[in-house]
Design a protein around this ligand. Structure first.
Ligand code: NDP
Length: 244
């Protein structure tokens, strides 16, 4: 489905990003893992993708909050590997707290990673997408950005921002055949959610189960493939019906 395409996935050493990397590799894409710290784990995954799926995979260390690092990483990837076809803005963090006790640094850290990081990578990749008149941008939002969740003023704001960014970019780039969509997961079992009171949440999920990383990766594959060529500016929930 993605043969000979190159996908750059941020925050792909673990969790949802790693599942998206594996799903796209299974479907023939070469995978660039872009991550902030865990180089060993990222390299292990890249080696696994190459040996199991016969694709090329590379690791670039980059902090998505840093505009210049994003620009440099995209330049290096383009020089080393060639054109980028798919950009998945998956890197994200939480710093949960009630607004009364939330610190300025907790607010800033989440906005910088989740929203500005997404902008930085789109900015770094969009000239190439426009030149080649093709591209798929997939941004990880959250149901928290749609309905707002208590304890997540920073995170909800950042993920709502990702939705606005997705729609603006979709409109700007649509004329050049570049699609930009957002995925809004509900509660997916990863390190990010491992300390949450999941029994509480289960009661409010109509499908009565937490999501798996595969559930999100399946949608990312669809949005990266030609099956979604006429879909742009869309926000699709993967939440078992939670935010209906
Ligand atoms: P994880 O915490 O499991 O993984 C996050 C990844 O992002 C890690 O690989 C981490 O790197 C990387 N990362 C963090 N900060 C940066 C940075 N500044 N630059 C580059 N990489 C960075 O998260 P999930 O897999 O659970 O979440 C993935 C995305 O999905 C996030 O955007 C999240 O907000 C979103 N999401 C997740 C939900 C869930 O229930 N899990 C629900 C809704 C949305 P390292 O390993 O080096 O720390």
């Amino acid at each position: 489905m993605l043969k000979d395409k190159t996908a750059v996935i941020t925050g792909a050493s673990r969790g949802i990003g790693a599942a998206i990397a594996e799903k796209m590799a299974q479907n023939g894409a070469n995978i660039v893992i872009l991550d902030i710290g865990n180089e060993d784990q990222a390299t292990l995954l890249a080696n696994k993708l190459e040996s199991e799926y016969g694709v090329k995979s590379a690791v670039y260390m980059c902090n998505v909050t840093d505009f210049e690092q994003c620009k440099a990483a995209v330049t290096a990837i383009t020089n080393d590997i060639g054109k980028i076809d798919i950009l998945v803005n998956n890197a994200g963090i939480t710093r949960d707290n009630l607004v009364l006790t939330m610190s300025e640094s907790e607010f800033d850290a989440v906005m910088d990673t989740n929203l500005k990081g997404t902008f930085n990578m789109i900015k770094a990749c969009s000239r190439g997408f426009l030149r080649q008149k093709s591209g798929k941008i997939i941004n990880l939002s959250s149901i928290s950005g749609i309905i707002g969740l208590p304890g997540q003023a920073n995170y909800s704001a950042s993920k709502a921002g990702v939705i606005g960014l997705t729609k603006a970019v979709a409109k700007e780039l649509a004329g050049k055949n570049v699609c930009c969509n957002a995925i809004a997961p509900g509660f997916i079992q990863t390190d990010m959610t491992k300390n949450l009171p999941t029994d509480e949440y289960l009661k409010s999920i109509p499908m009565k189960r937490l999501g798996q990383t595969q559930d999100v990766a399946n949608l990312a594959l669809f949005l990266a493939s030609e099956l979604s060529d006429y879909i742009t500016g869309e926000v699709i929930r993967v939440d078992g019906g939670l935010a209906m």
